[in-house]
Design a protein around this ligand. Structure first.
Ligand SMILES: NC(=O)c1ccc[n+]([C@@H]2O[C@H](COP(=O)([O-])OP(=O)(O)OC[C@H]3O[C@@H](n4cnc5c(N)ncnc54)[C@H](OP(=O)(O)O)[C@@H]3O)[C@@H](O)[C@H]2O)c1
Length: 268
């Protein structure tokens, strides 16, 4: 339960952290034992993340570092240069490189082919995608000959992503849950609070447990050391099937937090 396709189940998200705060929070996350760090060209914090990793003293080989190619860099003329810049800023080759969003025209073939070329040139250890709907996931994995390991998507109890999860499983992809706590909204739900009280755990741990118990990795962001440490404790207990189902029932709310006008459509 601690890794899926080699990806540590509990990671640390770095948006919208920047500068010294990003550096400090990354170092803290590593100090409390988190070994999976998520960044992106879009976040403008790759240098700070690299510095935080160096400051933590944790050997780089023990860390699973993820970054993502910005939508503005998906074209032939920019993709490889942008990845080289990420490698330079991070101070090392990422363990996982993702296409952050499918291009607005939905034509994913070019970006996925460029991703595969970056991987072949040793600019990332593993490759994946983010915000790809089931149809796009299928096409991307076909182009990659089954090599992609991950699709990072919004995933929390208030949004039913069961079709995306089923497709990912069929294709051998792991989902990584972004906004796994729905930016705090999940913890206010009475069903979650009641289960948390029964387990004598914070509601946040129950939400993260619901995610990782489905084989989905989670990358909560926090500015607080205690919360970072607590998030790792989601690995230390289990929910009953009845509890899992009760939390899954919240998915009918269809709360999609990240929904820019140019984003992927047709999730289901
Ligand atoms: N691929 C994509 O397109 C995409 C899109 C969005 C986000 N992401 C990634 O996903 C990461 C996480 O998503 P997110 O930041 O949107 O949402 P989130 O992780 O669901 O929520 C972050 C909020 O949760 C709180 N929190 C974290 N741990 C807690 C705990 N143990 N107890 C209580 N509160 C806790 C934090 O507050 P405190 O600081 O007070 O703890 C923070 O305000 C981002 O940082 C980014 O790396 C990716």
């Amino acid at each position: 339960m601690d890794r899926f396709n080699g990806i540590p189940a509990i990671g640390f998200g770095t948006y919208p952290l920047s500068g010294a705060e990003a550096e400090g929070c990354v170092a803290t996350a590593l100090e409390v034992g988190i070994r999976h760090i998520d960044t992106a060209q879009m976040y403008g914090n790759e240098k700070s993340v690299g510095r935080g990793i160096a400051a933590s003293g944790v050997p780089r080989g023990d860390i699973f570092l993820v970054t993502k190619v910005d939508p503005s860099n998906l074209g032939e003329g920019r993709f490889a240069d942008s990845v080289q810049r990420s490698v330079d800023d991070l101070g090392s080759v990422p363990d996982l490189l993702l296409v952050h969003w499918p291009p607005p025209d939905g034509d994913i073939d070019g970006p996925v082919e460029r991703l595969l070329r970056a991987g072949a040139r040793g600019m990332a250890k593993h490759l994946g995608i983010s915000n790809f709907n089931p149809r796009q996931m299928r096409r991307a994995q076909e182009l990659a000959g089954g090599k992609l390991i991950c699709n990072q998507v919004e995933f929390h109890p208030l949004l039913d992503q069961s079709k995306v999860l089923a497709t990912a499983r069929e294709l051998g992809l792991v989902l990584t849950a972004y906004s796994p706590l729905a930016r705090g909204k999940c913890m206010e739900e009475p069903v979650v609070k009641e289960i948390a009280a029964r387990h004598q755990r914070p509601a946040s741990e129950v939400v993260l447990r619901w995610i990782i118990q489905q084989g989905v990795a989670a990358i909560p962001m926090t500015r607080k050391r205690d919360n970072a440490a607590s998030n790792l404790h989601a690995m230390d207990f289990a929910l009953t099937q009845q509890e899992m189902d009760a939390i899954s029932g919240l998915g009918s709310r269809k709360l999609r937090l990240i929904n820019p006008s140019w984003m992927t459509r047709g999730w289901d």
